[in-house]
Ligand binder design. Structure first.
Ligand SMILES: [Zn+2]
Length: 187
């Protein structure tokens, strides 16, 4: 782990190098006296990026949803910044919206997400939902939305970048992902 005066993101995780870059700007800034809790939540999220599998074609929203799912299960999240069940427009919208949907799927089939992560070691296939939960993901999403109709707090227009507890970026290999070069050191 490297902590430096990065600007723009709270943290960037390089999966290939197993490195988490944490922004000291983030640690000093937005969360005041809740730094320890915010940092712990951040590390749950970023460590998940180190350990999870994300083969080519994996939806970015799923990768981020799995990372937020571990923070959800560990109860290291701010309710006001975290989607309630039933939120969102798409299952792979990302972050806490996807984390809540994965929580629903795991409730239908306990162990689902761990099993899917094991499968993702080799490839990403949308049909994993059928194999593991017994239904296509679109059907699961419709049933999930129906179950929690009117409960969600985040709408389809919610800017997750604004609503998230922390902004981050994951990259498997910094050399291959030009987006990883966007971060800059704060003057
Ligand atoms: Zn992330």
């Amino acid at each position: 782990m490297v902590i430096d005066n990065y600007d723009g993101y709270a943290a960037i995780t390089y999966g290939g190098a197993c490195t988490i870059n944490v922004s000291a700007v983030f640690l000093n800034g937005d969360y005041g006296d809740n730094i320890k809790r915010s940092f712990t939540s951040l590390i749950y999220h970023e460590m998940t990026h180190i350990w999870q599998w994300y083969p080519p074609m994996t939806p970015t929203g799923l990768i981020e949803g799995i990372a937020d799912y571990t923070a959800l299960k560990a109860k290291y999240y701010k309710p006001e910044f975290f989607a309630r069940p039933g939120s969102g427009k798409r299952w792979d919208q990302g972050y806490s919206i996807t984390a809540r949907f994965l929580e629903y799927c795991d409730g239908l089939k306990p162990g689902f997400l761990a099993a899917m992560n094991r499968k993702m070691r080799n490839a990403w296939i949308l049909n994993y939902f059928v194999e593991l939960v017994g239904k296509p993901v679109d059907q699961l999403w419709r049933e999930y939305k129906a179950k929690y109709a009117g409960v969600g707090n985040f709408t389809e227009d919610t800017n997750l970048g604004l609503w998230r507890e922390h902004k981050d970026m994951h990259c498997y290999d910094a050399k291959e992902e030009t987006g990883c070069q966007l971060r800059t050191l704060k003057k």
